[in-house]
Design a protein around this ligand. Sequence first.
Ligand SMILES: Nc1ncnc2c1ncn2[C@@H]1O[C@H](COP(=O)(O)OP(=O)(O)OP(=O)(O)O)[C@@H](O)[C@H]1O
Ligand SMILES: [Mg+2]
Length: 247
Amino acid sequence: MPVIVIANQKGGVGKTTTVAALGTLLSQQGRGVHLIDMDPQASLTSTFGKEDPGGQLYQALATRGPLPIVEITDHLTLSPSSIDLASGEQRFVSQPGRENLLRACLQKTPLPPGTLILVDSPPSLGVLSTNTLAAASHVVIVLHPGGYEMRALARFIEVLEQLRELEVNPTLAVAGVILTNCQHRRRINDQVDQEVSRHYPVLGRVRAEADLMYATTDGNILSLKRSNAMEDYRAVLDKLKGVIDGK
Ligand SMILES: Nc1ncnc2c1ncn2[C@@H]1O[C@H](COP(=O)(O)OP(=O)(O)OP(=O)(O)O)[C@@H](O)[C@H]1O
Ligand SMILES: [Mg+2]
């Protein structure tokens, strides 16, 4: 089952928006998608108007049990998060095999065959984000062309190399990079695009759009119509599917 983590340790670059948009589009195309919110800020969870009142995601990770599953639509489900997950950052760190908690949970989680899993990760390089990278088949890096992002990318590449060297996930593939929340006609978009493409394929650029920002924060991305940013995400998704399916 493909497990795609959307990552960057830098905050506010568009990770959660990307998971919400790609999950929405895939499910609208009739593909079964399961989203996992591994961020204690629980932004993805609130984007879909859900909650994790009992801290079930934290409990699942702590006991290596099946992940909680809540239904959003026929084709879209979610493992919601809550602030309880924040304590995992300290509690899990001293446990042996701490990198593989999410992977163990996923093996016990009954998802229909063919489901694509998208994981949102927190803006940090702690145990929770390491767990997302350890459980993934592919990582998609999200960058917001603005400032300091090349430094953030360099640091992230180092982390991926460390994970490979430590054999945490030797087969993890970088599917590519998405440039998100791109302001119209800024030269920096081209500069970052060129620099990034020396390392990884650029899966596309997503335009900055107020409607998308309101739709995610107000919890109605599923009914967002006539959105340029969602059109951009559709093009990104076509490329991403090509990479995942090996075309
Ligand atoms: N294409 C876009 N157009 C307009 N606003 C956007 C777009 N993409 C993201 N944003 C906005 O940018 C902000 C950061 O996005 P988001 O929360 O997705 O980033 P993040 O990387 O998940 O942040 P964090 O690291 O805090 O989890 C949010 O206010 C979001 O609505
Ligand atoms: Mg986020």
